[in-house]
Design a protein around this ligand. Structure first.
Ligand code: 5GP
Ligand code: ZN
Length: 127
């Protein structure tokens, strides 16, 4: 399969790997939003949240919990934002969780230009 993250998993493409075990690899994003922006990537190819199994997801979350302590200590960040794109907005179709270290006044924010609907209308669809 022609997947860039599979190639990183197999060390065919180099990466600045921060952590690795038999299930995941964590490496620095090549185009970081903040200093320390990292990707937690399962070694097995899953496309997105629909595809990945719960055991692997749990392992990814545990990895993040451990790394949060490390990033606070070593990068002196003030927090971390986690995000994970699925389908629309997902550039690489191999599941990955972004760890974005946050620093006071870093100016990072989610913006949109949507027309905001009445929340009741959304609620009626989702309930
Ligand atoms: P997505 O938009 O799929 O959620 O995020 C994909 C991320 O992968 C982007 O932040 C992008 O910078 C990163 N990325 C894409 N190709 C490479 C690569 O070859 N090496 C590394 N380290 N990161 C990559
Ligand atoms: Zn892959």
């Amino acid at each position: 399969m022609d997947c860039i993250f599979c190639k990183i998993m197999n060390n065919e493409i180099p990466s600045y790997t921060i952590y690795e075990d038999e299930i995941v690899k964590v490496f620095l994003d090549v185009n970081p939003i903040s200093n320390g922006h990292s990707l937690v990537v399962p070694k097995k190819h899953f496309t997105d949240i629909n595809d990945i199994d719960l055991d692997t997801l749990t392992h990814i979350q545990k990895t993040v919990k451990d790394l949060f302590i490390k990033y606070k200590e070593k990068l002196n960040c003030d927090g971390i934002t986690l995000c994970q794109n699925n389908q629309y907005g997902q550039e690489v179709k191999h599941y990955h969780l972004h760890i974005i270290p946050r620093y006071e006044n870093d100016g990072i924010e989610l913006k949109s230009n949507i027309e905001k609907l009445d929340p009741k209308e959304i609620y009626e669809k989702l309930k």
